[in-house]
Design a protein around this ligand. Structure first.
Ligand code: AMP
Length: 477
């Protein structure tokens, strides 16, 4: 099967060739002819399957071959995406695939000034990639009207609902011309998505290139069980021991992201963070630095989980499991892309057993477990099964005979020791153990241990675990 046999025109074939796309991926084989035919499409596709080209290539062709030129403050193809990062990325794909075609394209999303977006829309655009909230703002201000929309694409529809865009989406559906083509892409198909599909699609071509809700088979996945408070220590230990130099690291909270990033930084790794509280330009810059290899580690919260296209990423580390099992699929979908292999490691504590069980039920397999000597969990992670059951209640941990001095409890100094021994190539040298700037609280130990604390704390040191013990100095970003 070749791109030419799918009916694509020369400039698009040349662009695919320039990008070194030799053969179409399975979703492209199915989606491209259907979209060229003007059909509605409902596609269940994992991340990394090539779905963006699956809709962008045929839509670009339709834009150059048919329809009137776009009028001012109008768009002809509207692509809705859940996040700003994805908006930039999808726009870039359209620009790459459509090089040499005389088409105008832009992206619009919140968190940045609306005025430049209004200016770009003034002459009208052929392709508008937008997040739902900002799109409605622009529409209310008459910067964009919908009467010339020929095609609506919903990319990562499940994520849009997860992020609470249901009302905005309904408002957009209401405002669009009824006679249009609609393409719906979603990695997971919940009842909510099916209901939405039923209400907006007309006799869609149903495309599923792999069983829904299943993680890419080329990804090697396993779990390391550990107590929550020891996660940062174990993380740094694994990074150093396994010589992991390039990874996307997921954590639950912004504080967690900053904490791990500071640890990596102190150990000499080139690192950046990406989370929802960071201003948009800083988030895009962090992503760009990671993509270009300027930084080797990117610590992210779920805001970065979906759709980000990072070439040849070998490793995803979940320092925290996501709340929603679908997000696990999206997170680890950052690796093993377009047929390459990848590794996904998750550090799991006892509290996360329900999340682990839900993930295993979703992907239909029990994840292999490991323990790392020196980091064995005192609070055992209950056994789970691929049916989503938690098999046993955790045994009460035995009271240790003597206080156990745990490497990870000494973080960050212990971590620096590890970092110094195992310098990543190209990283800057670790700073000395003394005078470290990493003296803030460990955000992974905000819940009190269930067993009694071992050993008697020295007088005057009985601070709650979640109270700062002297502020961490601010690092330049
Ligand atoms: P997507 O699923 O659209 O995010 O695409 C995932 C990755 O696959 C991106 O890096 C694309 O550039 C790449 N890709 C898409 N289509 C092809 C193809 N036919 N051959 C090789 N790589 C592709």
């Amino acid at each position: 099967m070749s791109f030419a046999s799918l009916g694509l025109i020369d400039p698009l074939l040349k662009n695919a060739q320039r990008l070194n796309y030799q053969t179409p991926t399975p979703i492209q084989v199915k989606a491209i002819p259907a979209v060229l035919d003007g059909r509605d499409v409902m596609a269940s596709a994992q991340t990394g399957t090539g779905k963006t080209a699956g809709f962008a290539l045929p839509l670009l062709q339709r834009l150059v071959q048919q329809g009137p030129r776009v009028s001012s403050n109008r768009a002809r193809v509207l692509v809705l995406v859940p996040t700003r990062e994805l908006a930039e990325q999808v726009l870039q794909s359209f620009v790459d695939y459509g090089e040499g075609l005389d088409l105008r394209m832009t992206a619009a999303y919140g968190g940045v000034s609306i005025n430049p977006q209004m200016m770009k829309l003034r002459k009208g655009v052929d392709v508008l990639v937008a997040t739902p909230g900002r799109l409605l703002d622009l529409n209310r201000q008459n910067a964009v009207q919908f009467d010339q929309i020929e095609t609506l694409v919903l990319d990562e529809a499940d994520r849009m609902l997860d992020l609470g865009f249901a009302r905005e989406l309904d408002a957009v559906f209401e405002a669009l011309p009824a006679a249009r083509q609609t393409l719906l892409f979603s990695a997971t198909f919940t009842d909510e998505i099916r209901a939405m599909a039923a209400s907006i699609l007309r006799s869609p071509v149903d495309i599923s290139v792999s069983p829904p809700n299943v993680t890419a088979s080329k990804i090697r996945q396993w779990v390391v069980t550990v107590d929550k408070r020891n996660k940062p220590g174990l993380f740094m230990h694994l990074v150093a021991e396994k010589k992991w130099t390039h990874a996307l690291v997921f954590v639950k909270t912004r504080d967690g992201a900053d904490y791990l990033s500071a640890m990596l930084d102190e150990a000499g790794y080139a690192v950046d963070t990406i989370h929802g509280d960071k201003p948009q330009p800083a988030r895009l810059r962090a992503l760009e630095r990671f993509k270009t290899g300027e930084v080797h580690m990117l610590v992210a919260t779920d805001v970065a989980a979906r759709g980000l296209d990072i070439d040849a990423l070998p490793l995803v580390i979940n320092v925290d499991l996501p709340i929603k099992p679908q997000d696990y699929v999206h997170r680890i979908g950052r690796t093993g892309r377009a047929g390459s292999s990848g590794v996904a490691v998750s550090l799991v504590c006892a509290d996360e057993a329900p999340q682990l069980a839900a993930i295993e039920a979703l992907i239909g397999q029990t994840l292999r477990r490991e323990e790392v000597p020196g980091f064995e969990a005192e609070h055992r992670v209950p056994q789970t099964s691929a049916t989503g059951q938690i098999i046993k209640k955790p045994k009460k941990p035995k009271k240790p005979k003597k206080p156990k001095k745990h490497k990870a409890l000494q973080a960050p100094e212990a971590v620096q020791g590890i970092g110094k021994k195992q310098q990543p190539q190209g990283g800057k040298p670790a700073t000395g153990g003394e005078g470290t700037s990493l003296s803030g609280p460990n955000p992974f130990s905000v819940t009190r241990p269930r067993s009694k604390p071992v050993g008697k704390p020295p007088a005057g040191s009985r601070k709650p675990a979640d109270k700062p013990v002297g502020g961490r100095s601010k690092r330049p970003r």
